[in-house]
Design a protein around this ligand. Structure first.
Ligand code: SAM
Ligand code: SF4
Length: 333
């Protein structure tokens, strides 16, 4: 293996690490955590910020260029600014430090994230209608999340990405409204297909509003033009508005148009388990390795051996597909 480069057994270079900072969340999105948080694991099982810093440094030395902090709701972690500051110190080898959040805590705190060294932010926003927002997230806080998006912009965290999971019968009628919202506010709008990662295990193929349907719903109002970027390992197919309006559209269709062949991602759960795929049914305890006193060289060797076990693809579309036991809130979306 080329020193300093993580490669799986299918030749895919691993460049992108998603780090879940907590399993806890103050929202109850029905496609993620509908019945609330499962019993919270004891604090001592969670990685400390020092441990996150240590393993991230190793990952970056192995060619990881992008780290995205996620959860659960990562802003529920009180030491998030410290974590960002420590990880920002890994630049320039680390090219990109991003955060995905439900936006609730952004008013009043966005500036501190930017000051700590955060490059980019993604805010989840499933509806522009207060009642649908409440129904999908379990909390009646649309106005506050919109305020959070403005706070992120004021703090200089542009360009801001917005994630919306589109679920048939819930918010599919709002796809064009979201596109208009992106144009009016110069946002990068990401539409995501509903995946079988909900704690309620209520996902059904019939609920998936497909990437193709999303694109058609937008183009009824706003013709799109593909962006001249190489898709590579990106999850989304990216478009601009054909009329030159500001804003961008991304369509993420893991269910109907899987992109596993170019996957460059690996995940670390809040309790220190490496997951080589969102849909993995096994985990690998990096926490146990570092806590039993492994040397840095041994830790590197362990990470390399785990990456070699990365699955070739997900099996959502196979008849005997089994939903992983852990949900998106554990795995880190
Ligand atoms: N709490 C933060 C948030 O909601 O942005 C970060 C964690 S959340 C698990 C990360 C992303 O995963 C969110 O954009 C969320 O909408 C998405 N997500 C959660 N469950 C999903 C599912 N079953 N299918 C598709 N996307 C999902
Ligand atoms: Fe919480 Fe994010 Fe899951 Fe919604 S999607 S329940 S905000 S972790």
């Amino acid at each position: 293996m080329t020193p300093g480069l993580l490669k799986d057994s299918y030749g895919r270079a691993i460049r992108d690490l998603r780090v879940s900072l907590t399993d806890r969340c103050n929202f109850r999105c029905f496609y993620c955590l509908p019945h609330g948080e499962p019993p919270i694991a004891p604090k001592e099982q969670m990685l400390s910020y020092e441990e996150i810093e240590y393993v991230s440094d190793i990952f970056v030395s192995l060619g990881i260029e992008k780290i995205r902090l996620t959860g659960g709701e990562p802003m529920m972690r009180r030491d998030i600014e410290t974590i960002i500051r420590k990880l920002a110190a890994l630049k320039p080898a680390l090219h990109d430090l991003a955060l995905t959040t439900n936006g609730y805590f952004l008013p009043g705190r966005a500036a501190a994230l930017k000051a700590a060294g955060l490059d980019r932010i993604t805010v989840s926003l499933d509806s522009l209608r207060p009642e649908t927002f409440r129904q999908m997230t379990g909390v009646d806080v649309l106005a506050r999340v919109l305020e959070g998006i403005e706070a992120a912009r004021d703090a200089g965290l542009s360009p801001i990405k917005i994630n919306a999971v589109i679920v048939r019968g819930h918010n599919d009628a709002e796809v064009a409204d979201f596109a208009r919202f992106a144009r009016e506010h110069d946002l990068s709008m990401r539409f995501i297909e509903f995946m079988p990662l909900d704690s309620g295990h209520e996902w059904s193929r019939a609920d998936v509003f497909s990437g193709r349907e999303i694109r058609a719903a937008i183009e009824e109002h706003f013709p799109l033009a593909p962006l001249p970027v190489r898709r590579g390992a990106e999850t989304s197919a990216r478009y601009r508005f054909a009329d030159g309006a500001p804003g961008e559209i991304g369509i993420i269709a893991p269910v109907t148009e899987p992109f596993c062949g170019a996957c460059s991602r690996i995940r670390l759960t809040a309790d220190g388990q490496i997951r080589t795929c969102l849909f993995s049914t096994v985990e690998h305890s990096l926490r146990d390795v570092i806590r039993r006193g492994a040397t840095r060289a041994e830790t590197v060797e362990y990470i390399e051996s785990v990456v070699l076990k990365k699955e070739p693809r997900h099996y959502i579309n196979d008849p005997d597909f089994l939903q992983p036991a852990r949900t998106m809130s554990f795995i880190g979306g």
